[in-house]
Design a protein around this ligand. Sequence first.
Ligand code: COA
Length: 166
Amino acid sequence: MNFDPSGSQPACQIILATLSEVDRAFSDLKRDMNPDFVHVFLDKMQRYATKPDRALFLARYQNVFIAFSTIIKSSPAPENSDKTTIQLFKNYASVTGLMVLPEFRNQGVASKIVERWEEWTYQNQLAGIWLVTRQMADWYQRCFHFSVHGSTIQHGVKKTILSKAL
Ligand SMILES: CC(C)(COP(=O)(O)OP(=O)(O)OC[C@H]1O[C@@H](n2cnc3c(N)ncnc32)[C@H](O)[C@@H]1OP(=O)(O)O)[C@@H](O)C(=O)NCCC(=O)NCCS
C-alpha cells in the first residue's frame, strides 16, 4: 500500500508511544509476529512504553499502526564482548526491535524511525547507538552508516553487532 498519493493526508507520523497506544498498536502489528511469541511482543511494548529508561516508537498512518521500534538507554553488551566494547556500549543506546508491516515497506518509514532513534539518543546524552541483527547488517551500513563491531551467537544463531557514534 502506498501513502496517499494526493498528499491530502499527511504521510506516516512517528510517535513516542505511551501505554494508552499499546493495545491498539499490538492489535494492528501482531499479524506480522510469530504467533507463538505474541505475548512476549505485547509485554515488550508495555515495558518500553512505560519505563523511563526506554522508548517505544510507533508509526501511524490514517489511524492504523504500521511499524514499531524499541530503544533502551543502556543494555549489557553482547556475551563475550571485550572490555572496550563493554565500556563503550555503557554510554550507547541499544535498539532492540524494528519492524514495518510488509505493505508499507520501501516508503521511508524505517528511515524516519532511525532519525528518531538519533534524536532520542542525543536527548538522553548518549554517545551512540548499537544493535544486533541477523540479516540486515548491510542495510544498516549502507543506509544509516552503522559500522560492524563484531559478531555474537544468540540462541545458536550468529548475528552481527553494529554501532554508530553520534
Ligand atoms: C528492514 C525494514 C525495517 C525496512 O523498513 P522500510 O520502511 O521498508 O525501510 P525504508 O523504506 O526506510 O528504506 C530505507 C532504504 O532501505 C532500502 N531497503 C528497504 N528494505 C530493504 C531490504 N530488506 N534490503 C535492502 N534494502 C532495503 C530502501 O530501498 C531504502 O533505500 P534508499 O534510501 O536507497 O531508497 C523492513 O523491511 C522490515 O520491517 N523488515 C522485517 C524486520 C526487519 O528486518 N527488521 C530489521 C532487522 S533488525
